[in-house]
Design a binder for this molecule. Structure first.
Ligand code: HEC
Ligand code: HEC
Ligand code: HEC
Ligand code: HEC
Length: 114
């Protein structure tokens, strides 16, 4: 953190990973020319090596194209921590969803299911 104190990592100290004693090098392979956690193709393998419940959840039916690595954990979570309870990329669950589903903003559940 003496070098990497930019806005994406400013909540590190209060993140679940920092308080769970997960080190930078638990996810990052700093000496490799290709760091697996930084690639969409391999990020989820790194995350689910510890998060086995989420690994199992991936077998459930979902429209989110995660099995094909087109969408990854860090599309919704900031692994370095954030202002939300579950280290989401936006301050609330809804804001996180709206970052892709902008068309749902301002609609009630009723109008989503006519
Ligand atoms: C839980 C896994 C995890 C931990 C722990 C973690 N990172 Fe990351 N890091 C990621 C992921 C995933 C990305 C790419 C997605 C993103 O930027 O959010 C990333 C991206 C980065 C980047 C941007 C790299 C680039 O080339 O764009 C830097 C710098 C970085 N991390 C530094 C750190 C530092 C410093 C620590 C420890 C204080 C740390 N990370 C801890 C998962 C992690
Ligand atoms: C579409 C957005 C989205 C994606 C993609 C996503 N998450 Fe989450 N995740 C959430 C939301 C929203 C919550 C908090 C709501 C809740 O309590 O279920 C959450 C909660 C969590 C939690 C804490 C709750 C618990 O059940 O322990 C963990 C750990 C977690 N996610 C890990 C992951 C991992 C690992 C991945 C990738 C395999 C992932 N998430 C992908 C949105 C997402
Ligand atoms: C070395 C093991 C390890 C790896 C790898 C790892 N995590 Fe975690 N993660 C933890 C621990 C430990 C915690 C803190 C305890 C807890 O809340 O489950 C945690 C907590 C979390 C939480 C918050 C859970 C909550 O309670 O709200 C999220 C979200 C999360 N991790 C996502 C990720 C994502 C995304 C990646 C991959 C970029 C990742 N983790 C990689 C060990 C790991
Ligand atoms: C990174 C972008 C992204 C984020 C963030 C995201 N989604 Fe999605 N979502 C998609 C994509 C891509 C699809 C599949 C294509 C489609 O149906 O639009 C999808 C599909 C869905 C579907 C199925 C829609 C249908 O018509 O089949 C639901 C429901 C959904 N998402 C809910 C959520 C919720 C709830 C959140 C927040 C926790 C969320 N999404 C966050 C990208 C995202």
């Amino acid at each position: 953190m003496s070098c990497h104190t930019d806005d994406k990592r400013m909540s590190w100290e209060s993140s679940h990973h920092a308080s769970g004693d997960v080190a930078c090098a638990s996810c990052h392979n700093v000496h490799a020319s290709h760091d697996p956690v930084l690639s969409k193709q391999t990020e989820m393998d790194v995350c689910t090596s510890c998060h086995t419940k989420q690994k199992a959840d991936m077998n459930k039916r979902s429209s989110h194209p995660m099995k094909w690595n087109q969408m990854t954990c860090s599309d919704c979570h900031n692994p370095h921590g954030s202002l939300s309870d579950d280290d989401l990329v936006q301050p609330t669950v809804n804001e996180t969803c709206y970052s892709c589903h902008a068309e749902k903003r301002g609609q009630s559940c009723g109008s989503m299911h006519p």
